[in-house]
Design a protein around this ligand. Sequence first.
Ligand code: TA6
Length: 268
Amino acid sequence: QSIYGELPILVINHKTCCAAVALQGAHLLFWQPSTEQTPVVWLSNKTNFKKAVAIRGGVPVCWPWFGQLGNPSHGFARIVEWKLDSCEEDENGVDLVLSLTNNQQTESYCNKPFSVSLNLHLGKTCEVSLSCSADFDVTSALHTYFGVDNIDSVIVKGLGEVYQERLADENKPATVGELTFNQEVDRIYTNANNQITVTDGTRTIQLTNTNVSDVVTWNPWINKAKSMADFGDDEYKSMVCVEAGCITKPLKLSPNKKSTYGFKIELI
Ligand code: TA6
């Protein structure tokens, strides 16, 4: 464990992969299998490592709301410090469990009891599973940033053709089931396959989702990239967000029953 900027970070150097996890937000910062020259889970070079400031890249945990359904954007879970419950290593990789329960950090955002935990497996595959219980419903997403060789050659397959448009003036026709990028894209696909692939011509990443209702796709493109201080002007070329989410079908929670969703990432 070390401190990077203002944040406690768990650094993982295993024969199968290297990775890092910030205790703030139980935030997987990056994941790079040993076979790869560049991270599969991507982190901006300009991200902040400041307390209570959202990290740009990795897997932000959006909870207990997605986007602007509340304030701060994407919920408070990603900007408060979680507890490391366990960290175990074997020849297959490293398994971490982190948790957050209502406490003095969270009471200004939420005055009700809740419990949320995140299980991470970091090895040849990257597996992230969120479990939560509360007496209120939540929307949530694991907002994964994938590293790509060049956005111009990216094709995302398996999304289906039903989506909610989050941009005002989107005018690009959807390619049935496949998505390519030549402008800002910000969509919630509501009938995607459980298995999605992201290929950029040099590698194919397979995302297998469990218990999710939605897959969000986002690339800020040129102008929005320039407008974000924690995002390099050209970094839109080397990332794409494909996010496992429970947004259009919120998680109906109860205090004594855990609701769980998540994903597995592997190279195929
Ligand atoms: O998931 C897409 C999105 O909701 C976009 O609208 C954009 O706002 C992105 O998330 C990043 O949000 P953030 O609050 O992390 O800057």
